[in-house]
Design a protein around this ligand. Structure first.
Ligand code: PLP
Length: 451
């Protein structure tokens, strides 16, 4: 059979159910109702196989920062495919797209983050980071300094290594994770866990758990701390203002490497190029992916500071992926960065779009179902609650408030995601003010239906 966009939806769904296994999905539940088939997209709008136009308030999976349908990226890919579709960077070879992208990233990244090790995704990049920081300390004569401290409810990817770094209990339960020498401290989620503390007190207390962990595990055992500037997949947990300065102080004091996982926060999401800039973090390593190519091609990487690169360059790091520095992905990423910069998209997102979205989004807190409404640039969350005063959670088996709300959004042609009882957004940076109004209207309709 020739399978095309023109086939009836039910036939496409049946074929999908027969042969395609979906990530993070209960296959039986999905197959019973059929997956929504997305056929085209432009700007912030998806079109499905029934012709519905859906506002994508998630930018795909937090990645289509530039918006859909930019021909320049398709043309950059086609040009590069014709000229040099593939060559590797393993055995003393390089190519122009990887040189150009690395130079560009070194300019964009803060501080002396000047060196890029490429991967095909954020998960792979975080796997690189695990081996990289451990190898770095071994090179410095401290092979026992290999524990990486991360946080509960963090998301760093799905591979065995990156899911071990992550703090999702459900993921650890499948497949025997985590790998050894990963330690998790608590997350700075004030709404759910802050108790009687003010957000500021709580942010400080949660950051100080890092110091407690270092003292407990031994300074000579801890290699690095990894964190997302704003936890994304965990529910857009915007940290209290006191949190990151204290984490930075502790990393400085004990000389442990600080890894900022910028896979979601990077490339304009928080209103500046990197979340580290928004939160005053000075990382030794940044994980990047997603917005690097606006999702148009799979690419990720680790941007590494001078000192770490110098130590690593003194040995052979026995690590790499067939697609490390893939020329087509690099060419697409370069074109994406050119447009984000030359059209002032990141600047406008920070100075105009984010303040407008913030005002509208925070207004949702007036809805009876919404406890807190948080925003960081162009990523936001609301916490659904049966009782605002006590910050109560819905019971786990009724953890359906978020689910109902997501289904209502979907029925209403809005893609929003739910994480337990938090609803999250992360729209393309190019979203306009009228599109933000539509987003808020549709979200409110969904909240009303879920109430
Ligand atoms: N790190 C963070 C912060 C992420 O949000 C994700 C994906 O959502 C990843 C890493 C993993 O990236 P990938 O899905 O490209 O492997």
């Amino acid at each position: 059979t020739l399978i095309t966009n023109h086939m009836p939806t039910a036939e496409l769904q049946a074929l999908d159910a027969a042969h395609h296994m979906h990530p993070f999905t209960n296959g039986d539940e999905l197959n019973a109702k059929g997956a929504r088939v997305i056929t085209r997209a432009k700007g912030v709008t998806l079109t499905d196989s029934d012709g519905n136009e859906i506002l994508d308030a998630m930018a795909g999976l937090w990645c289509v920062n530039l918006g859909y349908g930019r021909d320049e990226l398709a043309e950059a890919a086609a040009r590069q495919m014709k000229e040099l579709p593939y060559y590797n960077t393993f055995f003393q070879t390089t190519h122009v797209p990887v040189i150009a992208l690395s130079e560009r990233l070194a300019q964009l990244a803060p501080g002396d983050l000047n060196h890029v090790f490429y991967a095909g995704s954020g998960s792979e990049a975080n796997d690189t980071n695990i081996r990289l920081v451990r190898t770095y300390w071994a090179q410095k004569g401290k092979p026992d300094k290999n524990i990486i401290i991360s946080r509960k409810n963090a998301y760093h990817g799905s591979s065995v290594g990156s899911a071990s770094l992550g703090g999702m209990q459900g993921m650890h339960a499948q497949g025997g994770l985590p790998i050894p020498d990963i330690h998790h401290i608590n997350q700075p989620n004030w709404w759910a866990e802050g108790g009687d503390m003010t957000p500021e007190e709580f942010g400080l207390a949660r950051a100080q758990e890092l110091e407690e962990a270092i003292l407990e595990l031994g300074e000579d055992r801890v290699a690095a701390f990894i964190g997302e500037p704003v936890q994304g997949a965990g529910g857009v947990i915007v940290p209290p203002e006191t949190y990151w300065p204290e984490i930075q102080r502790i990393c400085d004091k004990y000389g442990i490497l600080l890894i900022a996982d910028e896979v979601i926060c990077g490339f304009g999401r928080t209103g500046q190029w990197f979340g580290s800039q928004t939160y005053g973090i000075r990382p030794h390593i940044m994980t990047i992916a997603k917005g690097l190519s606006s999702g148009y091609a799979p690419i990720g990487g680790s941007i590494v500071c001078d000192e770490v690169a110098e130590v690593m360059n003194a040995c052979e790091f026995a690590h790499g992926y067939t697609y490390s520095g893939h020329p087509v992905a690099c060419a697409v990423a370069l074109e994406n960065l050119r447009i984000l910069e030359e059209e002032g998209i990141v600047d406008r997102a920070g100075s105009e779009t984010a303040p407008y979205l913030k005002q509208k989004w925070e207004g949702l807190v007036d809805h009876p179902l919404v406890g807190e409404a948080k925003i960081a640039g162009l990523m936001g969350s609301i916490a659904l609650t049966p009782d605002k005063a006590t910050r109560a959670q819905f019971a786990a088996d009724a953890g359906t408030a978020g689910l109902i709300c997501r289904e209502e959004c979907f029925a209403n042609n809005l893609v929003m995601r739910h994480v337990g009882d938090r609803m999250v957004i992360s729209p393309p940076l190019v979203i306009t003010k009228p599109e933000i109004d539509t987003l808020i209207d549709r979200a409110t309709t969904a909240l009303d239906a879920a109430h």
